[in-house]
Design a protein around this ligand. Structure first.
Ligand code: AP5
Length: 215
């Protein structure tokens, strides 16, 4: 199954992608995670990307398209993939289309998660991630058993640099300007599933699975 998870920052793309990965045994391809790993490693690409990310802007299309094109060639994508955070501009969507065509693949579904702005800000300011294993939490909606400590591996929970309120609001504006037009782009191609992302995590998961299995 070849899927895209579409939605504003904090909509729950990463949270739901992890569940879909287990359910369908296909990889999650998060351009945000790949870019953050490059920042951590201090590669040339990572250093450049960091400036855009910390300012709440988008990394240039050519960089992210190159990352995704390479990643889709890997063997674990043979049976499908979940794109999380890509595409984010119409140019990226067109580039993805050409890339899939050249690989004789097509998109099965694009799932759009809709969440209101103040809920997104609350989700992102309260998000915490394990420094060691990357597992995600929320201080209120998905808390770890012991504050600041990962349930899975005991690692320290940290806050992302771009999860400060001012940067979050900038990211939401960038989403509205550059990414939201993709909803009608994919609606026109008939692959779009629209889901209410304001429900609790488990309810969204159940609804998403039933829609995917029915389609
Ligand atoms: P990226 O890492 O992709 O960030 P994002 O799109 O801003 O999305 P988030 O990871 O913030 O949110 P999410 O929807 O995954 O929510 P999550 O599940 O974590 O990108 C970061 C940056 O990299 C970009 O700003 C850009 O600079 C660059 N970049 C990346 N891709 C790019 C591209 N294609 N082009 C150009 N630049 C690119 O959930 C959030 C929180 O809410 C968690 O704490 C979670 O526990 C909680 N939560 C989740 N679901 C629910 C629910 N239903 N109810 C209550 N709480 C919930």
């Amino acid at each position: 199954m070849n899927l895209i998870l579409l939605g504003p920052p904090g909509a729950g793309k990463g949270t739901q992608a992890k569940m879909l990965t287990e359910e369908f045994s296909i990889p999650q391809i998060s351009t945000g995670d790949i870019l953050r790993a490059a920042v951590k490693e201090g590669t040339v690409m990572g250093l450049k990307a960091k400036e855009y990310m910390n300012a709440g802007g988008l990394v240039p299309d050519a960089v992210v398209v190159g990352i995704v094109r390479d990643r889709l060639q890997e063997a674990d994508c043979d049976n499908g993939f979940i794109l999380d955070g890509f595409p984010r501009t119409l140019a990226q969507a067109d580039a993805l289309q050409s890339c899939l065509q050249s690989m004789n693949k097509e998109l099965d579904r694009v799932i759009s998660l809709e969440v209101n702005t103040e809920a997104l800000v609350e989700r992102l300011t309260g998000r915490r991630t394990c420094r060691e294993c990357g597992r995600g939490y929320h201080v209120k909606f998905d808390a770890s058993r012991e504050a600041g400590v990962c349930d899975a591996c005991g690692g320290a929970l940290i806050q992302r640099d771009d999860d400060q309120e001012e940067t979050i609001r900038k990211r939401l504006q960038v989403y509205a300007d550059q990414t939201a037009p993709l909803i009608s782009y994919y609606r026109e191609t008939g692959v779009l599933l629209e889901l209410d992302g304001m429900q609790p995590i488990l309810q969204i998961q159940e609804k998403m699975l039933s829609l995917l299995k029915a389609s």
